[in-house]
Design a protein. Structure first.
Length: 239
């Protein structure tokens, strides 16, 4: 396979990777080109159950426990056996996994805040999500790291802590606040996203850190994926 994916950690139970931007996670009929799933099937050795029926979801997803968007970079977990797959899925479901993202947004949000607004599919466009009545509970905490100007635009680097894991949650929540993500072709608005794409090639969102309990040893693990070069080129990041 032609794609290369950095491995941050690997043992007999799981792999932690740093997904490059622009790479789709799971295979689908609509997806052209190689995916993270293709890479996992080619590079990893999976331990399957003796009962074929138990392997269906685990095998069909090549152990990939959760998803991030194609244009989002950063940390992704892949289980190498059935027990780890379901144990990690349970931690996500029970909100036992701590995730931290970095995002570059338009404008200058208040220094820190919580966004508590239900997210669901838009009735008039099922491919998009928004804050809608009857949507699923969605909570995002954020902290502005710094704000700066580029090409006469006010931008901010934001540290984001999603407390729930809804599809497009971070992108929808910042659009809802009035500070859409830089390069967001779905939620920034047609003119803004078109202007963004002249110099920002993707949605500027990075899955930066993750903390969870090891599925076998129960040891608490923490990993960090360095900010990618395309985001670094936009903002000088200081910890």
């Amino acid at each position: 396979m032609s794609i290369e994916i950095p491995i941050l950690f690997e043992d007999n139970d799981l792999v932690v990777i740093n997904k490059p931007p622009g790479l789709v996670v799971n295979n689908a009929e609509s997806v052209k080109g190689e995916t993270v799933q293709d890479w996992a099937q080619s590079h990893l050795v999976f331990q399957l159950s003796d009962n074929p029926e138990e392997n269906s979801e685990f095998a069909s997803r090549a152990g990939i426990v959760h998803r991030i968007d194609k244009e989002t970079s950063g940390i992704l977990l892949i289980a190498k056996n059935l027990q780890s797959f379901y144990a990690l899925q349970a931690q996500f479901k029970e909100r036992g996994v701590e995730k931290t993202y970095l995002a570059i947004v338009h404008g200058k949000p208040p220094k820190e805040g919580d966004i508590n607004a239900p997210v669901g599919r838009l009735p008039w466009n099922r491919e998009r999500f928004g804050v809608v009545a009857g949507g699923k509970e969605s909570i995002t905490h954020y902290l502005v790291v710094n704000s700066f100007s580029k090409d006469n635009q006010e931008l901010s680097l934001v540290e984001v802590h999603p407390k729930t894991g809804r599809t497009h949650q971070i992108r929808v929540h910042f659009k809802y606040l009035g500070y859409p993500l830089l390069g967001d072709y779905l939620y920034a608005g047609r003119k803004t996203s078109r202007d963004d794409r002249e110099w920002a090639s993707r949605v500027m969102l990075h899955a930066w850190k993750i903390e969870f309990d090891h599925p076998s040893t129960q040891a608490h693990l923490a990993f960090e994926a360095p900010m990618p070069d395309d985001m670094k080129s936009i903002v000088q990041f200081t910890r």
